[in-house]
Design a protein around this ligand. Structure first.
Ligand code: ZN
Ligand code: ZN
Length: 127
């Protein structure tokens, strides 16, 4: 349910990139794909998905890198912190990494995606 009164804030490690995200995210999911793993350096990535209009850049917006065709990954050009994902498959959405929020505990992921790429020790053993 949309609650525009709730405002989340966050930014990169050096403070050059700062944002505010208003309301309820569309999803919170853990992505196990190889591309996210390589882009963030973490075993898996937890994404908080907002509509573009819910996200406002307060200082500089992130720089972007096209990790594959139609995909723009945002990062701080000054300190290197990865922040966002935007892809043609999710038009009009900005996905923010949970770790760049000032209060990441505000979100709880409820979905694992690209589990076929997951490292063996990350998810419970199947079968
Ligand atoms: Zn920075
Ligand atoms: Zn991914």
């Amino acid at each position: 349910m949309e609650n525009p009164a709730v405002t989340h804030t966050g930014g990169c490690q050096c403070g050059t990139v700062k944002f505010q995200a208003s309301g309820t995210p569309r999803f919170v999911s853990k992505c196990h794909c190889n591309s996210c793993r390589n882009a963030t350096g973490a075993a898996f990535s937890t994404w908080v998905g907002f509509a573009d209009e819910q996200v406002r850049w307060l200082k500089a917006a992130p720089s972007t890198h096209a990790s594959s065709p139609g995909v723009a990954r945002g990062f701080c050009a000054d300190c290197g912190t990865p922040l966002t994902y935007a892809g043609d498959d999710w038009p009009g959405e900005t996905h923010l990494l949970i770790g760049v929020f000032d209060t990441p505990s505000a979100f709880t992921p409820n979905k694992d995606v690209f589990t076929e790429d997951a490292l063996d020790w990350v998810l419970p053993a199947k079968g």
